[in-house]
Design a protein around this ligand. Structure first.
Ligand SMILES: NC(=O)c1ccc[n+]([C@@H]2O[C@H](COP(=O)([O-])OP(=O)(O)OC[C@H]3O[C@@H](n4cnc5c(N)ncnc54)[C@H](OP(=O)(O)O)[C@@H]3O)[C@@H](O)[C@H]2O)c1
Length: 250
């Protein structure tokens, strides 16, 4: 049977692979036949992700993406033997903070992981020695499209990602690299649990009132990411694939 989302033979780097959406992307990519490079800081949780994956030549790399100057080391470690065919930037942090509490240090931290790392990773991915084309997917957020209490900084980092996706797609098309992002709404992950623990029952009620299909699961986002990584999306670049249970339809 033909599977248009088959990833057999592809080598895919996934950041944020120790938890939530990144973990789901790594697991699904392995089930679709890819060999996966799993990147995050926490080795134990990376190993948990690994234990849930289909067998393959996977690589686990503990790396702090705030150490942006060292990003090339990551590529030297994972792409020196076999070039990469795809990359997913799912690592991210999402503090809910009102503007009066947004410090410069927090701005630097959020932008570093959510946006600067995305740009730096693409810079290295698009070098001939590390890939000969492929597909890059950023994990953005509906917060980059619509406003919400306390997410001006986080939403800004995601809006920046979506904006850069368009120009990167044009710039890298000649290298046969496609660049897209997925735009999830509220997905059941540790990041969401943390936001709910701050906002309480009210936050849950608010979320559910805005998502006609209820809360999303990490695999819902992973399915969209796998489509964008696969050759089934070979004519799609520079765009956002919304995975939001109807949030933005209202
Ligand atoms: N959950 C949602 O409702 C939702 C909605 C829209 C968009 N998103 C986006 O989806 C992505 C994944 O979120 P999630 O909900 O799956 O969150 P999560 O469960 O908290 O996972 C975040 C991941 O980012 C990694 N990470 C954080 N800081 C890092 C650093 N300095 N260096 C390397 N890795 C780092 C974490 O790994 P370590 O801690 O091991 O380093 C973890 O694997 C994020 O970009 C988020 O903005 C989430």
């Amino acid at each position: 049977m033909v599977n248009p989302m088959d990833l057999t033979g592809k080598r895919i780097l996934v950041t944020g692979a120790s938890s939530g959406i990144g973990r789901a992307c790594a697991i699904l990519a392995s089930r679709l036949g890819a060999s996966v490079v799993l990147v995050a800081r926490d080795v134990k949780r990376l190993e948990e992700s690994f234990s849930l994956m289909s067998a393959g030549e996977h690589t686990l790399i503990s790396f702090d993406l705030s150490d942006i100057e060292r990003c090339e080391d990551l590529f030297k470690r994972c792409a020196s033997e076999k070039k990469l065919d795809g990359m997913v930037h799912a690592a991210g942090i999402g503090p809910a903070v009102p503007i009066q509490s947004v410090s410069l240090a927090l701005m630097r931290e959020v932008m570093s992981i959510n946006y600067f790392a995305f740009m730096e990773l693409i810079k290295w991915f698009s070098k001939k020695k590390y890939s000969s084309g492929g597909s890059v997917v950023g994990v953005s957020s509906v917060s980059g499209v619509v406003g919400w209490q306390g997410v001006s900084l986080y939403g800004g980092s995601k809006g920046a990602m979506d904006s850069s996706v368009r120009s990167l797609a044009i710039e890298l098309a000649s290298k046969n690299i496609r660049v897209n992002s997925v735009v999830p709404s509220n997905i059941r992950t540790p990041m969401l649990d943390e936001m709910i623990s701050v906002g309480g029952e009210d936050a849950v009620r608010q979320i559910l009132s805005k998502q006609p299909l209820g809360l999303g699961e990490p695999v819902d986002v992973a399915n969209a990411v796998a489509f964008l990584l696969s050759d089934a999306s070979r004519f799609i670049t520079g765009t956002q694939l919304v995975v939001d249970g109807g949030y933005l339809a209202q």
